[in-house]
Design a protein around this ligand. Structure first.
Ligand SMILES: Cc1cc2nc3c(=O)[nH]c(=O)nc-3n(C[C@H](O)[C@H](O)[C@H](O)COP(=O)(O)OP(=O)(O)OC[C@H]3O[C@@H](n4cnc5c(N)ncnc54)[C@H](O)[C@@H]3O)c2cc1C
Ligand code: SF4
Length: 364
């Protein structure tokens, strides 16, 4: 069992990580590095398992890009589907043989076939899988698990509403979408959509409605997330090495991952990494965690959380964000002006309307 006392009197109350080991790393191949969100740690571990004849479960977009679900990948050329963080909660289903099937029984089936299985997901996904396997007495000897440091996916509805608004604006279906496009490298992330009609949308993620919502609001359950610190149930946790500065050794402007090892199974999985393809270095676990506190503590809930959820349902994403920014007046003033105009049109005599137009609106 790992040492888990919260050290008192150290600013934000640091997590004692003395029982953990950590590495940092990135793909040496620039194209592979650009396809992943941080340094490609999840992808390189997935490659290792597939090369040994195993299969990898991970999150992908549904074919219409409106939701996030899971896929079971068996060929290296299909791994791109899993790459890239999806900031929306996943549906625990998998599309197989032309129909949807429940995720956990499908993972169990693969485990029972005797092949190595790597499951990648968020902390609560790994915990749910382990609970399912325990409850159904399924042997997990062939299982490796990797979870992500997790800020929490944004509210359900945000992702779909954003895709809807893009498709309306560009009058075409989305055929590719990412919230971690490395336009000028790792930071800042861009949200990018490609459409069937050949057009493209691209802007800084945190300037977009999606990015603002992700930064501010998570699913309610995520504010009390238990799958952190000593409660990570994965063999390895991966994330972005946010604390790494350009002048520090091991930095890559196109992204660097952290890998935090929890147990012997994690060390076994680490040994499978091809170091010629992935630049792997030991890293200072306490420094990593200090600059990425989501490893051990959940985010705080904003004061206007319930109100924003109501506004999101009532007005949609864009208007709800304007209201959050204190833009009530812009919404209500517009409504009031339209109401006054339509009343005036009905009530005022034509001669007075003509006078107002000529005098104040300079129209004949
Ligand atoms: C909602 C969310 C919040 C995050 N918050 C933080 C944070 O606060 N700090 C931090 O350092 N890192 C965070 N991450 C992780 C980070 O964004 C990268 O996913 C991580 O660095 C791994 O990058 P990579 O290059 O190794 O993975 P890639 O090669 O890009 O592969 C991505 C992997 O993530 C998995 N994945 C992506 N989206 C989801 C999802 N919605 N549900 C389940 N699995 C998913 C895929 O299965 C795949 O294995 C978060 C990720 C998500 C999805
Ligand atoms: S914050 Fe916790 S509960 Fe929410 S998605 Fe991440 S791991 Fe799951």
């Amino acid at each position: 069992m790992k040492n888990s006392i919260m050290k008192a009197g150290q600013g934000q109350g640091l997590f004692d990580c003395s029982g953990l080991t950590a590495y940092s790393g990135y793909f040496r191949d620039k194209n592979k590095l650009l396809a992943s969100s941080s340094g490609g740690a999840a992808a390189v571990l997935s490659e290792a398992i597939i090369k040994e004849g195993g299969c990898v479960f991970g999150a992908c977009y549904s074919s219409d890009f409106r939701s996030v679900e899971f896929a079971c990948i068996e060929r290296l050329e299909d791994l791109n589907r899993l790459k890239g963080s999806k900031y929306s909660d996943s549906v625990k289903r998998i599309f197989h043989d032309g129909k949807y099937t429940a995720l956990w029984p499908y993972v169990s089936e693969k485990l029972s076939s005797g092949r190595e299985v790597l499951f990648t997901g968020l902390g609560c996904d790994v915990a749910a899988l382990r609970a399912f396997l325990r409850a159904n007495h399924i042997d997990s000897a062939n299982l490796f698990t990797v979870d992500l440091i997790c800020y929490g996916p944004t509210l359900s509805g945000v992702h779909e509403s954003f895709i809807d608004s893009l498709e309306r604006k560009y009058n075409s279906r989305v055929k590719n979408f990412t919230v971690r496009y490395k336009k000028f490298g790792w930071v800042p992330p861009y949200v990018m959509a490609e459409f069937e009609n050949g057009q493209e949308f691209c802007m800084k993620f945190y300037d977009s409605d999606y990015g603002k919502a992700f930064g501010l609001y998570a699913r309610k359950v995520c504010y009390g997330c238990r799958f952190r610190g000593i409660n990570h149930q994965s063999d390895i946790t991966v994330g972005d090495y946010w604390g790494l500065r350009p002048e520090m050794s091991g930095y890559n402007p196109d992204g660097v991952s952290v890998l935090i090892i929890h147990n012997e199974r994690g060390r076994e999985l680490m040994d499978k990494i091809n170091k010629d393809e992935f630049a792997l270095m030991p890293a200072d676990v306490s420094y990593i965690i200090q600059s990425n506190p989501m490893y051990y503590k959940p985010r705080g809930k904003p004061l206007d959380y319930e109100k924003f959820c109501g506004d999101l349902k009532r007005y949609g994403l864009h208007k709800a964000l304007i209201i959050h920014d204190g833009g009530y007046l812009r919404i209500y003033a517009g409504k009031l002006a339209r109401l006054i105009k339509s009343c005036a049109r009905k009530i005022l005599p034509s001669s007075l309307k003509r006078f107002i137009k000529r005098t104040f609106l300079h129209r004949n």
